[in-house]
Design a protein around this ligand. Structure first.
Ligand code: ATP
Ligand code: MG
Length: 436
């Protein structure tokens, strides 16, 4: 036998029945997004590397070490394109919105779902291909849209049955406010240089704000005593933050202020937030977002404010599984038992009619040219499929122009639930029997 080929490390197959949980979540998201008037956007997985280098910031973890980038083969002109598999979608959405001039007639509310790629150390809740669902509102400057997005996420948790989350918020102010804070932050960390780990020392002059985001418990003291960004915010930034908090309060969405919340990406300003759970160990951030009023301009668009979030699908589903939520059942309504292969053309025609009428039917499949297999083995398969009914295309039934419908899941009390005969010619008319 040939050598067994395996999936790439950190990239997962999503198999049935687990995939049913994914579809279930995606359906919930589509319905919810529609209720908030967010529209679906789909962008390519490959983008020019430059989009992410400029968009995400050159000194983020993602751009420094996590991107899957490669040089494409040269095209006719001999140019090599530097391409990257998207590590996130905000930059792509902004690129698409700018490229197609979507903001010229006002703001746009968009959402996406799909795979993202980051070369990280695979572990629970952290994969190299993972999936995000994201919502972005572009062209809106007011705090009510920040609030709307947070309310949308909270509504999603409620809709899918996630409880026990915590919402942390912070304000990063504006670049000029951050510049002042940055100087004092660097001074503080320089004073405590011996308490910094290697990562922090590397970031000290490139991105000191990110040091606040450290996951190293040994640095807790030096980070807790650092100057707080909120103390550097002017009246306008504070008013934006206060307006957001008032809307959250009025809607009963609990929040806590986390001065260390800065986000991994460089492009945020004003509002940042994370929904966190304690039930998933170290990878507890379910959803993260914030305002990024300068990104559109940075990617070459006409300046436009924007705000959004992205949630990690694997983490959300893991949490649902953890809390004992069952995978939605996958059983078909009916299983077609066909004793004689000669009946297949007629049987399949009937199944097509039933399916068109909304019935989910699994057909018995033979093991090849030597017949359909015994009735006993077909009924065993019918049982295992979880179907509620067997459709029996037997010789006697067919002779009378009928198919027999036999309940498979009837309890003992309903032993009388005998099989019934239904005309082949009129399958659409009795299809509801199988949906009952
Ligand atoms: P973390 O601090 O956990 O690395 P991040 O700041 O890199 O997160 P974002 O870029 O904001 O995360 O992505 C938003 C969400 O996507 C995260 O909150 C998380 O739920 C999910 N996510 C990010 N990276 C991964 C990954 N490698 N595997 C699975 N989910 C991920
Ligand atoms: Mg990360």
């Amino acid at each position: 036998m040939a050598e067994k080929l395996l999936a790439v490390k950190g990239m997962n197959d999503i198999l049935p029945p687990e995939s049913a949980r994914w579809e279930w979540l995606e359906d919930k998201v589509r319905a919810l997004m529609a209720r908030y008037a967010y529209r679906n956007i789909r962008t390519p997985i490959l983008e020019y590397t430059q989009l992410f280098v400029r968009g995400i910031g050159e000194v983020t973890d993602i751009v420094e070490k996590e991107m899957y980038s490669f040089e494409d083969r040269s095209d006719k002109n001999g140019d090599h394109a530097h391409l990257t598999m998207r590590p996130e979608s905000t930059a792509s959405v902004v690129r698409a919105v700018t490229e197609h001039n979507l903001l010229y007639e006002g703001g746009k509310r968009l959402y996406y779902m799909g795979p993202m790629f980051r070369r990280e150390r695979p572990q629970r809740g952290r994969y190299r291909q993972f999936h995000q669902i994201g919502a972005e509102a572009l062209g809106f400057a007011g705090p009510e849209v920040d609030a709307e997005l947070i309310l949308l996420a909270a509504a999603l948790w409620k809709e899918i049955g996630i409880t026990g989350w915590r919402l942390e918020i912070n304000s990063l102010g504006q670049p000029d406010e951050r510049a002042l804070h940055r100087l004092q932050l660097i001074a503080h960390f320089e004073q405590h240089a011996n308490e910094l780990d290697e990562d922090a020392r590397r970031r000290l002059h490139s991105n000191p704000l990110r040091i606040l985001d450290t996951k190293n418990p040994a640095m807790k003291a030096v980070v807790d005593s650092a100057p707080r960004l909120i103390d550097f915010l002017g009246a306008k930034s504070l008013a934006h933050f206060d307006a957001l908090k008032a809307i959250l309060d009025a809607n009963g969405v609990p929040w806590t202020l986390n001065h260390r919340l800065v986000r991994g990406l460089d492009y945020y300003n004003l509002t940042v937030f994370e929904f966190i759970t304690d039930q998933l160990g170290a990878q507890g951030t379910l959803c993260a977002g914030g305002r990024y009023d300068y990104l559109v301009e940075q990617i070459g668009g006409k300046p436009a404010p924007a705000v959004g979030w992205a949630l990690g699908v694997e983490r959300v589903l893991e949490l649902l599984q953890e809390s004992g939520q069952a995978v939605p059942p996958l059983a078909p309504d009916a299983y077609a038992v066909v004793p004689d292969a000669a009946a297949l053309p007629l049987a399949l025609r009937t199944l097509q009619t039933l399916r068109a009428a909304g019935v989910s039917v699994q057909m018995h499949a033979s093991s090849g040219a030597d017949g359909m297999g015994s009735m006993k083995s077909q009924f065993k398969k019918a049982d295992a499929s979880g179907a509620r009914f067997a459709l029996i295309f037997g010789e006697t039934e067919l002779a009378s122009g009928c198919v027999a419908v036999k309940p498979l899941r009837a309890g003992k009390a309903e032993a009388a639930s005998e099989q019934t005969l239904h005309p082949l010619a009129d399958a659409a008319a009795w299809a509801p029997v199988l949906l009952a």
